[in-house]
Ligand binder design. Structure first.
Ligand code: NAI
Ligand code: MG
Length: 498
């Protein structure tokens, strides 16, 4: 077994497999077969073929994992000092970097994304563990002045067993940004990765055990949403749930959690605007717009799926935008094209039907608009980089999340209309603004409803910048210091001392 990148790529090319990928649950520090014996297949979206089998878990596996997480919370982990927790996370970060090639190849094959995107996600995961490794010993309480006869203070305590429901578009990024702060806070966890992308969550769990995390603190149960996800989010011993996925499933998760009065952090969909003002550096605005919608083939909750431009700049901007979109290469992720595959045939059909419905309504497609395949093999699940021009504000193409490489361009008459358009959907996750006018940039940042605003660089930020949505995009914040506060509960102590 080699962990070198070229050896792994060659192995897959020759055998259509990678040896020693995990295929069981990870519970209580051990590879654990599914209690009811079910297995399911993981597909490589780049060629549409199954390349791996993994456990199809259910309520029995969830029960076993939650019991172990509960025991670990009341055992060794609650006694670990904050410095010890930080040290485990720091070692995990180094181990992720050491095993980056293997993690990246697994992520590329499981998701269909390009290898360079997978490598970026793995480095981001390492950085996430590094960031949270520095926080456990810095969450300080306060003392509250009640006068000479009292002593009052606050303490942060871990919330307990936490459940983590992970989506298929950014598996290692999402599991890391959810698990690292939970562990930093002193919580224990049960993770349910998406059924399309089980691998890297399992691999991260094994690396954390090697980093010194006690058995049972982090457990991963693979399987489907209804059979494995639902029993986790409705389990009474689970005291917090972090959910990333669709708005509809998020609503179900909130409903299930409500029965146990369990807290939920829902990180849901988006239809985020990227507003380009007339004085913007147009080359950088086009760069930003291309990355905002075609990175990860548009399968990003925070994708910039609406480009809002004034009539004055519209035609010149469109010219470069369309030619850039047409120039993007597609193909199997391991060959490092510009854009990878769509994660599943089911999701590809969903993207295609949204575009076909818009075409039937008479909307103008200026490029793309078709299902395609890897040009080298004729296989795989791909969708062309697509642009709709002059999309009406109330049309579904400008309102509904498509979660694919489909951009809706909207034309505004002036800045006021651009702001109104930016705020015209039920979502409010992120927004982009391109302008050289400092005051206008910050005026827009104030007036656009979003959890995060990027100015002159879409996706600017990183793990230290809080992230999350408003309205139908969710509530609560992940990443940053706020991301760790999610996993802590505040206790106030007031004592009479005289
Ligand atoms: P989904 O929201 O159903 O799946 C996300 C996760 O939730 C998966 O791990 C799934 O197994 C789990 N899940 C499903 N039903 C559950 C339940 N009842 N209880 C607990 N967990 C459950 O999303 P799906 O069907 O994979 O994709 C549909 C749409 O969701 C996409 O077209 C896209 O618009 C959106 N989406 C948004 C994401 C985001 O990052 N905000 C990520 C993935 C999908
Ligand atoms: Mg897969």
């Amino acid at each position: 077994m080699s962990d070198g990148l070229s050896a792994l790529v060659a192995e897959y090319k020759d055998t259509s497999r990678i040896t020693d990928l995990p295929n069981r649950h990870f519970i209580a520090g051990k590879w654990t077969p599914p209690i009811n014996g079910g297995m399911m297949e993981s597909f490589d979206p780049g060629n549409g073929e199954a390349f791996h089998e993994f456990a199809d878990g259910d309520a029995a596996d969830i029960e076993y994992a939650v019991e172990n997480a509960h025991a670990a919370f009341n055992g060794e982990w609650s006694a670990a000092t904050p410095a010890t927790r930080g040290a485990v996370l720091a070692r995990a970060s180094s181990l992720i970097r050491r095993h980056a090639a293997r993690l990246s190849v697994a992520e590329c094959l499981d998701t269909g994304k390009t290898l360079q995107e997978a490598e970026g996600d793995v480095m981001g995961a390492a950085r996430c563990f590094e960031y949270y490794s520095g926080l456990p010993d810095k969450f300080e309480g306060r003392s509250i002045p009640l006068g000479p006869e009292y002593l009052a203070y606050t303490n942060w305590e871990p919330v307990g067993v936490t459940g983590h429901i992970i989506p298929w578009n950014y598996p290692i990024s999402t599991v890391s940004r959810s698990i690292a702060p939970a562990i930093a806070a002193g919580c224990t966890a049960v993770v349910k990765p998406a059924e399309q992308t089980p691998l890297t969550a399992l691999m991260i769990a094994e690396l954390l055990l090697q980093a010194g995390l006690p058995a049972g603190v982090l457990n991963v149960v693979t399987g489907r949403g209804v059979t494995a996800g639902a029993p986790l989010v409705s389990h009474p011993l689970v005291r917090h749930i972090s959910f990333t996925g669709s708005t509809n499933t998020g609503i179900e998760v909130i409903r299930a959690a409500a029965r146990n009065v369990t807290s939920v952090l829902p990180e849901l969909g988006g239809k985020s605007p990227l507003v380009v003002l007339d004085d913007a550096d147009m080359a950088s605005a086009v760069d930003g717009a291309i990355g905002a919608i075609y990175e990860n083939a548009g399968q990003i909750c925070s994708a910039g799926s609406r480009l809002i431009v004034t009539r004055k700049s519209h035609s010149s901007l469109m010219e470069t935008l369309v030619s850039r979109a047409r120039g993007l290469t597609l193909g199997h992720g391991l060959r490092r094209p510009d854009m990878g595959a769509i994660n599943s045939s089911k999701h590809l059909a969903k993207i295609s039907s949204a575009v076909e419905a818009a075409r039937a309504r008479g909307l103008k497609i200026v490029t793309g608009g078709a299902v395609t395949t890897d040009p080298e093999t004729g296989k795989g699940w791909f969708y062309e980089p697509t642009i709709f021009d002059d999309a009406p504000v109330d049309d579904p193409i400008a309102q509904d999340e498509i979660f694919g490489p489909v951009l809706a361009v909207q034309i505004a008459e002036d800045i006021e209309e651009a702001i109104a358009m930016a705020n015209s959907t039920n979502y409010a996750l992120v927004a982009g603004v391109y302008t050289r006018d400092f005051a206008a940039a910050h005026q827009l940042a104030r007036r656009i409803d979003a959890g995060q605003v990027f100015i002159n660089e879409y996706f600017a930020g990183g793990i230290s910048v809080p992230f999350g949505g408003n309205r139908m995009s969710g509530f609560g914040r992940e990443k940053g210091i706020e991301g760790m506060r999610t996993y802590l509960k505040l206790k106030s102590v007031a004592a009479r001392i005289s």
